[in-house]
Write a protein that binds this ligand. Structure first.
Ligand SMILES: Nc1ncnc2c1ncn2[C@@H]1O[C@H](COP(=O)(O)OP(=O)(O)OP(=O)(O)O)[C@@H](O)[C@H]1O
Ligand SMILES: [Mg+2]
Length: 271
């Protein structure tokens, strides 16, 4: 497919300025300023309820900030028009009813509905793009299988293919490894690194602080406010983790032969 989006490489993928979000009267995000350049790989970290999913939904134009401005490839997210397909999204929770024997390739085709519109049926070009997306995530051989017969790791690749089928420039992933084991997580991370090397801008919500810190180029630590952001080796200090998790957190840096990891423990009672 010809690249008709004509996005200048200089324009940032995302710019958030003074963003505040209120949901049902409660401030969920406050004073968020963040610039995500094209070609970068970000991890968005923070405890439960920190506003990570909400931040992705702001970028997608699904949540309107009560204050501040949002730009995605230089445009307001609710006015992206044809540029909407430049943003791929793998949500935290999937709304696919597994009681129905929906096939893998049909799930991936769902990603094209926004491009197809209401009345056009998928044509050979759409099916070719579905095939390509499945090949890109390494599961073309599963195309005709019912989704429900797949393992957790394989299913997550199906949802990744669904996000890639519009050939996005920016990929947003919300805890993509939450339901998969360590080996499947590792191979999913390897795949994301490959997609990033191929030129995709990636923003991934994760709780895997120590693991993702090894390969992303930037981290954003969120706890309603943006506690810190920047290079993981600079940002991930005990102080930042304290501010982010609101309790004593100890981060073990990478040591040869060991996986770095984060330990969060409740504040000790004062003697
Ligand atoms: N539609 C909504 N209406 C009201 N409050 C909401 C809504 N969606 C989210 N919230 C609240 O906003 C806060 C941030 O939620 P969000 O889902 O963004 O957090 P999160 O960082 O993604 O958490 P988790 O790690 O558990 O996924 C939470 O307190 C949540 O209860
Ligand atoms: Mg979330």
């Amino acid at each position: 497919m010809p690249d008709d989006l004509a996005i200048s490489p200089e324009v940032p993928a995302v710019v958030l300025q003074d963003v505040e979000v209120r949901l049902q009267g409660r401030v969920v995000l406050q004073d968020v300023n963040l610039r995500i350049e094209q070609g970068s790989f970000w991890a968005l970290l923070g405890p439960n309820g920190a506003g990570k999913t909400t931040l992705l939904r702001v970028i997608l134009g699904l949540v309107r900030p009560s204050r501040g401005t949002v730009r995605v490839f230089g445009r307001a997210p609710e006015a992206l028009g044809p540029w909407r397909r430049a943003v791929g999204y793998v949500p935290q929770f999937h709304q696919v009813d597994l009681r129905f024997p929906v096939r893998v390739k049909d799930v991936v085709m769902m990603g094209r509905y926004g491009v197809l519109g209401l009345f056009r049926r998928p044509g050979p070009d759409d099916w070719r793009l579905v095939r390509q997306a499945l090949e890109r995530v390494g599961i073309a051989h599963l195309a005709d299988r019912p989704l429900r017969s797949l393992s957790g790791g394989e299913r997550q690749r199906v949802f990744l293919a669904r996000a890639l089928v519009t050939q996005p420039r920016l990929l947003l992933l919300d805890e993509p490894t939450a339901a998969v084991d360590v080996a499947a997580s590792q191979s999913l991370y390897d795949l994301l690194r490959q997609l990033h090397r191929d030129g995709l801008t990636v923003v991934m919500v994760s709780h895997d602080v120590g693991v993702v810190a090894q390969f992303v180029d930037s981290v954003a630590c969120l706890n309603r406010r943006l506690v810190a952001h920047g290079r993981p080796d600079v940002v991930l200090t005990g102080e930042t983790l304290d501010a982010m998790y609101g309790c004593q957190a100890v981060f073990f840096h990478h040591m040869p032969g060991a996986t770095p990891h984060l330990v969060v423990r409740p504040d000790e009672e004062e003697a």
